[in-house]
Design a protein around this ligand. Structure first.
Ligand code: SF4
Length: 409
């Protein structure tokens, strides 16, 4: 109804407008539902998916670096089976691995075998071995036969099988051996999310290595790191992974630092297991950061598997390499060269005893060391390597680098 004045709006219009605004606000509220309701819907959807596709069988990985949340995610979200977490390794775990391995096999084999024995003792039905570009590719079969000889019954998901068919071969193995009810499109999406989680873990670790040595409050980085690992363990999809990463990175960045303008910088290069895995290298990351070193390590899962292009990398180190010499050799040499070019104070080359590809890298690294006048410490680990011997060598290396740096000033 109009009030008859052409200059004024009709009397019902303000009311109608008000209603319109109210309903649009209500609509916006509806769209921005409280997260708890959203979480309920998400949980209900996941429960329906689980009822249809999940297989109640326990899968276990061996312990490897900081990738445990990604292994858990892979088992639960891609294979759709239960995941069996392993606690910290004990001396007994390592002894079981050593006792049941040949003396001549490289150390990662012994660690992995010990982990598998422990996993089977804890009730694992499925063991997962992801093959590898050196003799690691044969480890799965050898370990499987050792474990069967020991009397264990289990399923071995060995990604060295079907490798010639790539992802198709692996998918067939998973369906045949592990879970015939796998939801393939869902599994593919979650496999991509697994890759994302690995990238996030590596990026966080890079930040940790470069800065943990300069924290004002001792233990702040480790505490934040553990919280990040817990958050990643609860992720159900890529959105959760991105959120966990954002929070974790924000927390690490917020830690107060007391970092000199020109700290001692050391790059770690070497073999895929020993150069990264803190159990295998006797906590090399922690020992170096405790000395106040800025640590860098190009070698990780992201760079070695997800973004790996060996010919391209080799082109970057063409002064030193003509051929692909082994699983991590190109990255070892290229990373050392890049550290030299960037003026790093030193490099640590970490490898397992008996690692032929990394032994071959040593003469090349010696050339890199001479060319850039950059000292390299060569560390070889076996199951007998002691903490004390390692501490002494690292301290001597650090002192030498500090004196060299002082002289240059
Ligand atoms: S890279 Fe070396 S230590 Fe690692 S599995 Fe291969 S040969 Fe063994």
């Amino acid at each position: 109804m109009s009030n008859g004045n052409p200059d004024q709006s009709p009397s019902v219009e303000p009311q109608a407008m008000l209603e319109q605004v109210r309903s649009s606000i209500a609509y916006q509220h509806e769209r921005l539902r409280p997260p708890s309701l959203h979480a309920d819907r998400k949980a209900a959807k996941q429960a329906r998916h689980k009822a249809k596709h999940h297989k109640y069988t326990k899968a276990a990985f061996f312990r490897y670096c900081y990738y445990e949340p990604a292994f858990k995610f892979f088992c639960e979200q891609v294979l759709d089976v239960d995941y069996l977490p392993l606690p910290e390794a004990t001396r007994l775990t390592d002894e079981m691995g050593v006792q049941n391995s040949s003396d001549y096999v490289c150390t990662p084999f012994k660690h992995i075998l010990g982990d598998f024995i422990e996993a089977l003792d804890r009730g694992a039905d499925i063991l997962i071995q992801f093959g590898g570009p050196c003799r690691l590719g044969y480890y799965g079969e050898l370990q499987e036969s050792i474990l069967r000889d020991m009397g264990y019954e289990f399923i071995m998901l060995n990604f060295s099988h079907g490798i010639e068919l790539g992802y198709v071969g692996w998918a067939k193995e998973c369906i045949k051996l592990v879970n015939p009810k796998i939801d393939i499109p869902h599994g593919v999406v979650q496999l991509k999310a697994t890759g994302k989680m690995i990238e996030c873990l590596d990026e966080l670790r890079d930040f940790y290595l470069a800065n943990a040595g300069f924290e004002v409050e001792k233990g702040a980085f480790d505490a934040a790191w553990e919280r990040a690992m817990d958050a990643f363990r609860t992720c159900m999809d890529e959105r959760d992974i991105n959120a966990a990463f954002r929070d974790a990175m924000a927390e690490l960045r917020a830690i107060p630092l007391d970092k000199p303008a020109d700290p001692i910088r050391i790059g770690i290069v070497g073999e895929l297991f020993t150069a990264i895995d803190e159990r295998a290298n006797l906590e090399l990351d922690h020992k170096l950061t405790a000395m106040g070193v800025e640590v860098h390590r190009m070698l990780n899962f992201t760079n070695r598997y997800l973004r790996y292009n060996e010919p391209n990398l080799r082109a970057g180190a063409k002064d030193y390499l003509t051929y692909d010499m082994g699983p991590t050799s190109t990255m070892t040499v290229l990373a050392a060269k890049k550290y030299g070019e960037a003026g790093f104070d030193g490099v640590i080359h970490a490898k397992s005893a008996g690692c032929t590809p990394e032994i071959d890298c040593i003469p090349v690294l010696q050339r890199v060391s001479e060319d850039f006048r950059m000292p390299i410490l060569y560390l070889t680990y076996d199951s007998q390597t002691s903490d004390t011997g390692l501490d002494t060598r690292l301290e001597a290396f650090y002192d030498m680098l500090s004196m060299k740096k002082e002289k240059r000033k």
